[in-house]
Ligand binder design. Structure first.
Ligand code: FAD
Length: 287
């Protein structure tokens, strides 16, 4: 099922997982997916080479398994900066053969040590290309606080509108810890004429090092309330995990009460966290 159709029925709940490193076994990720199945997610997204990890060769096979073996709709991430048009055409054929209908089309992060191929400069170039070459549902990334490289949020929204007009069916946001920033972003997006579903991305934080790494990569601001939790519980893993889950639930309850289109959870392959959140919010997921 295409994700754009899911939003017509209910608030969409989805999870993001990442493949193991090249040498890692796939067993643990399949275990995670089997556990996530109990929560009945609307879809599971599988990252591709995110955060510099070398895992791209597993993305499509995991996404195919999510769908075929576990009966859960899947989304394959596809960053294009280091791909040629021929590479993408081949991948689109593979995705079609595997029955994958949903692609999160991304530019990807620029690696200073890798000369980018020049076929796709922005995600919008990839989106127009995919639209021309298949019947895929295309998802794009958006940034409530503006993308790190963007000179301003206004400039970023202008570029987001280009991306949506190129054929984006639905947007998933970068993680954020201050809901007010997300609401301002929604207002700006609406004013710019962006009218596809926008799913806020929430990352439950369960260890301080993980969040420090994420912040370097995406630049999300950390509210005082959040920093207090980090400082107080950084040496007590169980307390930090519980506080991180509680903080995420608090964010999600507020977001759903404000009428957002759905929730996307960056699970970090931790099904326990996904389950705890689901338990707390499942009754709120009515349309
Ligand atoms: P774009 O939409 O192309 O934007 C990149 C920058 O270019 C922005 O500053 C934008 O304002 C600017 N821009 C866009 N269009 C134009 C234009 N026409 N003219 C001038 N400027 C323009 N990365 C991975 O490698 N693998 C993953 O699996 C992955 N999954 C992700 C999932 C989500 C939900 C999110 C939010 C991000 C994910 N990323 C992933 C990270 C993403 O690749 C990076 O944030 C990357 O730096 C930008 O990708 P993009 O698709 O948003 O780029």
């Amino acid at each position: 099922m295409k994700t754009r159709d899911m939003f017509k029925r209910k608030k969409v709940l989805s999870f993001e997982i990442f493949p193991p490193k090249r040498t890692g076994s796939l067993d643990s990720i399949f275990e995670t997916i089997a556990e996530l199945k109990d929560i009945n997610p609307d879809f599971i997204g599988v990252t591709y080479g995110a955060a510099g990890s070398d895992n791209k060769h597993h993305t499509f096979s995991i996404a195919a398994n999510v769908k075929k073996t576990y009966g859960i709709e899947s989304v394959a991430h596809l960053p294009c900066i280091n791909l040629t048009k021929e590479d993408v055409l081949e991948m689109l054929r593979d995705l079609k053969d595997e029955g994958i209908e949903n692609i999160l089309a991304l530019r990807g992060d620029i690696n200073p040590d890798v000369e980018p191929k020049n076929d796709f400069k922005y995600a919008s170039d990839l989106i127009s290309f995919i639209k021309k070459h298949g019947d895929f549902n295309i998802i794009g990334a958006c940034y409530p606080e503006g993308h790190m490289e963007s000179p301003s949020i206004a400039e970023d929204i202008k570029n987001l509108k280009i991306k949506v007009d190129a054929g984006t069916d639905h947007l998933i946001s970068q993680l954020f810890f201050d809901n007010d920033l997300f609401y301002s972003f929604l207002e700006r997006a609406e004013l710019a004429g962006i009218n596809v579903p926008i799913q806020p991305g929430i990352m439950p934080v369960i260890n301080k090092r993980q969040i420090e790494k994420m912040i370097t990569l995406c630049g999300a601001s950390l509210p005082k309330k959040f920093l207090a939790i980090m400082d107080k519980y950084e040496h007590n893993p169980e307390a930090l995990r519980d506080a991180g889950i509680a903080y995420a639930i608090d964010q999600i309850v507020d977001l759903l009460a404000q009428g957002v289109d759905g929730i996307h959870i960056y699970t970090m392959n931790n099904s326990y966290i996904a389950y705890k959140i689901y338990e707390a919010i499942s009754s709120l997921l009515v349309a």
